[in-house]
Write a protein that binds this ligand. Structure first.
Ligand SMILES: NC(=O)c1ccc[n+]([C@@H]2O[C@H](COP(=O)([O-])OP(=O)(O)OC[C@H]3O[C@@H](n4cnc5c(N)ncnc54)[C@H](O)[C@@H]3O)[C@@H](O)[C@H]2O)c1
Ligand SMILES: [Zn+2]
Length: 368
């Protein structure tokens, strides 16, 4: 058994509850965690991000598994969003078939959100669905590995082909974050800050207290952060797995953030686009008189400490760009009847939702 703090939490799902285990150094004991949910000798398919090869993580997984589980196939996907494609999914089906994997197979996704979404999608569809385990390696993937949404992209847009398919287990080794580039750490912090803003003042205050230590990858503090942040996500999806209501609060920052990403302005990471989105949506809340005073400043200070942007660059504050962004928001896959709907904070840890927000208010907020 490894030393140090281990935190566990449960996610409820209509297809069976699952556990999220968080701690430093879990990877070398992965067989122990797996054996709590997967029968010995179940054939495994390890799918991982190729950037992890030189770091030795895939090898550590294989070594830890070798006495109890046969790894029948392993496949390194090229790093980056473009791997979340039907073509890559097709390659994974072929590898699985060639390795003789049947419905008893278990897929392991070792990587960030790209690997988890892709391997999860393939697991959801291969032979009408096989089991899978998430082993997230980015900070952002605490968001993507919980909740059962798996998908690939089409040239027409992100996540347009997907399924709900819950993992059997999420094993989160925070030690793996030691190699994560600073910008990817910041990107993941944006989602944790979002989780604090929508539901957990405790989490938000914790990040305020510890931002620098977290970015320096203090292992115990990261374990605590991920526990609290995963708890928010788990709490929301346990109550509303298929997004019929409550789950929409997770979209805070994302209506604007997705529009920024869709316009392909520069090269924002997802978290950076969401950070700007949270600021704009908080300003909308302020302009509508829905939020406590000072919230936007407090959010902005924390985002800045986490090296995240807090507003659109001036070059994008022209009326043409603003209209294009608003049009993109109306086309968001989650917008109903092209209405401008937003999830907005009313205080730290609480949000309100509003449809039909007037366009001039949205533009004013984008300009701020
Ligand atoms: N399913 C969901 O509910 C959900 C939720 C949020 C985001 N997502 C998806 O997640 C994806 C983004 O996830 P992401 O930010 O983890 O991106 P990612 O998987 O592309 O990883 C980011 C980068 O970090 C590298 N990397 C990964 N782990 C590393 C490590 N430990 N050390 C060094 N480098 C490492 C990767 O090679 C990549 O270059 C998007 O496709 C998004 O749509 C899904
Ligand atoms: Zn997000």
């Amino acid at each position: 058994m490894q030393n140090g703090m281990i935190r566990k939490l449960k996610v409820q799902s209509q297809t069976g509850d699952y556990e999220v285990i968080i701690g430093s150094g879990l990877l070398t004991h992965i067989d122990e965690y797996l054996s709590s949910v997967i029968e010995h000798n179940a054939p495994l398919f390890l799918v991982y991000d190729e950037a992890l090869d030189p770091l030795g993580y895939p090898e550590q997984v294989k070594t830890s598994l070798k006495n109890q589980y046969p790894v029948m196939a392993s496949f390194a996907i090229p790093s980056g969003e473009h791997s979340k494609s039907l073509e890559m999914a097709g390659q994974l089906y072929q590898v699985a078939i060639k390795a003789g994997l049947d419905r008893k197979a278990v897929f392991l996704a070792l990587g960030g959100g790209v690997t988890g979404d892709l391997a999860g999608f393939v697991a959801a569809t291969y032979m009408r669905g096989v089991r899978f385990i998430q082993i997230p390696t980015t900070l952002l993937a605490h968001d993507s590995s919980i909740g059962g949404k798996v998908a690939v992209n089409l040239p027409e847009g992100k996540n347009l082909v997907g399924a709900f398919h819950s993992p059997e287990l999420v094993i989160y080794d925070v030690k793996l974050l030691e190699s994560l580039p600073d910008r990817e750490m910041a990107s993941g912090m944006a989602e944790a800050i979002k989780h604090g803003m929508i539901m957990s003042p405790e989490l938000f205050y914790y990040i305020e207290e510890s931002a620098e230590d977290l970015l320096q990858k203090d292992q115990n503090k990261l374990t605590d952060l991920l526990y609290m942040s995963c708890q928010v996500k788990a709490n929301v999806v346990s109550q509303d797995e298929k997004e019929t209501g409550l789950r929409a609060i997770l979209n805070f920052g994302h209506t604007v953030g997705h529009a920024i990403e869709a316009m392909e302005y520069g090269t924002y990471t997802h978290g950076e686009a969401v950070a700007i989105g949270m600021m704009v949506e908080t300003e909308i809340s302020h302009l509508l008189g829905l939020s406590e005073p000072g919230i936007k400043e407090r959010l902005g200070q924390l985002l800045t400490r986490c090296h995240l942007p807090t507003s659109l660059p001036d070059a994008l504050k022209t009326s043409e760009e603003q209209e294009a962004l608003v049009d993109q928001m109306r086309r968001d896959k989650k917008a109903e009847l092209r209405s401008l709907a937003f999830v907005m904070p009313s205080g730290v840890g609480e949000v309100k939702m509003m449809r039909d927000v007037p366009e001039d208010i949205v533009i004013k907020a984008l300009m701020s």
